[in-house]
Ligand binder design. Structure first.
Ligand SMILES: Nc1nc2c(ncn2[C@@H]2O[C@H](COP(=O)(O)OP(=O)(O)O)[C@@H](O)[C@H]2O)c(=O)[nH]1
Ligand SMILES: [Mg+2]
Length: 641
């Protein structure tokens, strides 16, 4: 992991409380750069300003956010990946509506560090300052800002600025490195064009590294492109990595193709989804419970999407409560498990809760299905728990370790280690002969095994007279639930368990006897006897059926049963021999070959005194089954394997 050489600090707080003025006073740079911002004296877009201090090893990057209630979604995007928060409260006005809302958003996004600046201290006396400081202290009690410095400052007079800068630098020393899965990912928070340079996207890198010349994709659309150039904190760089503010010049993409909320990432590394499974924490202060099917605004990464909340296993989530939910999105987005999100009610637009994504590409659940709840929680647990749960969620569909790493957003080696553990513990089953190795969860494997037994049982209920179930039928039944690659292993496990038995190419239930049907058995005997008596000059099927005076509905199953059992053998479409006749033919062929070294159709015809059609059918059958081999018009014994 590269050394953390900078700290990203996001401002937060009500409009006009002096956030932008404070950033400018600290850095000398005005974060408000748009003409409209200058004209209205108000922040509209995110502002990015760097603070370099030769005496301090890290660069501090300020993301200055708008405070206006109309732009809370911009604030949520700006705050989504900061290392620390600078909560700004004007000493004259004190806590205000967006002070509270921004603070809620910071908490929901899991920001873990920060401090409070009491701005405009030049406008108030000591008593007021102490009063506001006390109210702020009470307000942040129990949160990540509990016990954090509350510093009076004035952008106008410069009072308190050195202390604030020192406090920010000390905060910077406490920033923990972010976890890195090694796969490049950067949510886009800015898109702009640079004259003569092309389209540029900017954001904070959440994983891996990126360099000029790399091919990347822009999600959820999956637009593939090449990185023409990289800038880190405003200067050209070969590569950029985890946690750095980065601008990428993208080839062949127009500004119109790009927007805040998209994610630039390694090709194929993210799955666009219209559903997210998550744990939702509802803010204690919301006026009413959040109901199943409520329409909300979801802020995840730098994206905002309208979604419907599906409460898993319940009807509503009360204020202050927490519940597993599925968010059904009105357009796709991309995320990874562990990503934080915020939800705001559709109308009125206020922040009502947030939480952590658990499954970033889930299936649709039955709302009250038991395992779904329990499973979701495990996705947020240890690598082993999360990996096992992802396999469990894949059900009867096998997955590779790489598939799971991608879905979980965890590193390949970490997932491979967990897979090895689970395999050793018998929680996973490896499918044979697959590269890369594919696995099923043990529960899914057992379910497939039970399903196979049930299919064989059902088959015999429908075909009581049958002694065995043909492999082709068994395979077809299995493929309704399982993959072809799992069949052999599942079947072998059932045979090893003594549940199923194999007779040749057919399968049966252990201990089962074919139901005795005296009429069917008698018919089979008559058919068999007729073929045996006919010797080499066998009748056609229809001919024999008419002679025996039975319907096709009785005749065909009886004939097929004899063919399956090997008592009769079909040599050609219209030639069926009794097993004994075929043995006689084999003896004749063997004798001829012994004497002459080989045999032709004509020689066999003369020897057995039968028509050419039959002699040909016999020899072709022996060729096909590997008893003989044809060389031009002669047949010789095939080499024994
Ligand atoms: N007296 C005084 N005015 C300030 C101070 N900081 C900001 N202001 C004024 O407050 C107004 C809003 O400041 P601004 O930085 O745009 O607030 P923001 O909306 O939180 O970014 C501007 O007119 C500033 O000049 C301060 O420390 N003292
Ligand atoms: Mg501002």
């Amino acid at each position: 992991m590269p050394d953390l050489d900078h700290v990203i600090v996001g401002t937060a707080g009500h409009i006009d409380h002096g956030k932008s003025a404070l950033v400018k006073a600290l850095t000398g740079t005005d974060p408000d750069t748009l003409p409209e911002e200058k004209a209205r004296g108000m922040t509209i877009e995110l502002g990015f300003v760097f603070l370099d201090d030769p005496a301090y090893p890290k660069q501090i990057v300020f993301i200055d956010v708008p405070g206006h209630e109309k732009f809370v979604k911009t604030m949520a995007a700006g705050a989504s990946h900061v290392d620390a928060a600078l909560l700004v409260v004007a000493a004259d006005e004190g806590l205000a509506v967006q002070t509270r809302e921004h603070f809620d958003i910071l908490r929901l996004l899991g920001v873990g560090l920060g401090l409070v600046a009491l701005t405009k201290c030049d406008l108030v006396d000591e008593a007021r300052l102490a009063e506001v400081a006390a109210s702020v202290r009470a307000f942040v009690a129990g949160s990540f800002l509990d016990g954090a410095p509350i510093l009076p400052v004035s952008a106008l007079t410069g009072a308190g600025l050195p202390e604030l800068k020192a406090a920010l630098q000390s905060l910077g020393r406490r920033v923990q490195p972010r976890p890195d899965n090694g796969i490049f990912r950067m949510p886009i928070d800015r898109v702009f064009t640079v004259h003569g340079f092309g389209t540029v996207v900017a954001g904070t890198i959440l994983g891996g590294t990126v360099g000029a010349g790399d091919r990347v994709a822009v999600f959820p659309e999956g637009l593939e492109t090449r990185v023409r150039g990289v800038q880190v904190h405003g200067s050209k760089a070969d590569r950029s990595g985890l946690g750095r503010r980065t601008a990428l010049n993208l080839q062949d993409l127009a500004k119109e193709d790009l927007r805040r909320g998209q994610v630039a990432a390694a090709i194929g590394s993210l799955t666009p989804t219209s559903r997210l499974d998550a744990r939702l924490d509802v803010l204690a202060g919301v006026p009413r419970e959040i109901k199943h099917r409520d329409r909300v605004r979801l802020h995840v990464g730098t994206d905002e999407v309208i979604a419907r909340l599906s409460v898993i296993g319940g009807r509503a989530v009360a204020p202050g409560a927490s519940a597993p939910v599925q968010l059904v999105l009105e357009r796709p987005t991309v995320a990874l498990p562990g990503d934080r999100f915020v939800i705001r009610s559709f109308s009125p637009i206020v922040t009502i809760g947030g939480g952590r994504v658990l499954d970033a590409a889930p299936e649709k659940h039955k709302r009250f299905g038991g395992g779904v709840l329990e499973g979701l929680e495990k996705l947020g647990g240890s690598a082993r728990e999360a990996v096992e749960q992802m396999f469990a969620r894949a059900g009867e569909r096998s997955r590779t370790a790489a598939d799971i790493a991608l879905k979980l957003g965890r590193s390949g080696p970490e997932v491979e280690a967990a897979v090895a553990d689970l395999l050793a513990a018998g929680r996973l089953v490896a499918l044979p002969g697959e590269t890369p190795a594919r696995y099923l969860h043990r529960a899914a494997f057992d379910k497939l095994a039970e399903g196979l037994t049930a299919a064989v049982r059902a088959y015999f209920e429908k075909n009581p007279a049958r002694a065995g179930m043909p492999f082709s039928d068994l395979r077809a039944a299995f493929l309704e639930a399982g993959e072809a690659g799992a069949l052999k292993l599942v079947l072998e496990s059932r045979i090893a368990a003594g549940v199923l038995v194999r007779h040749g190419a057919e399968f049966g239930l252990a201990g089962r006897q074919a139901a005795a049907d005296p009429a069917a058995a008698a018919l089979r005997d008559r058919i068999s006897a007729a073929f045996r008596a006919a010797r080499f000059a066998v009748p056609l099927e229809d001919e024999l059926r008419t002679r025996l005076g039975v319907n096709p509905s009785a005749f065909n199953p009886a004939l097929n049963a004899l063919l399956r059992a090997g008592e009769l053998v079909r040599l050609a479409p219209k030639v069926i021999y009794h097993r004994d006749t075929l043995e006689a033919a084999r003896t004749a062929v063997a004798g001829l070959i012994e004497r002459h070294g080989s045999v032709t159709i004509a020689e066999l015809r003369d020897r057995l005194e039968l028509s050419r059609k039959y002699a040909q059918a016999i020899l072709e059958h022996f060729d096909r089954t590997g008893y003989t081999r044809r060389i031009e018009d002669r047949h010789v014994l095939a080499p024994r394997p």
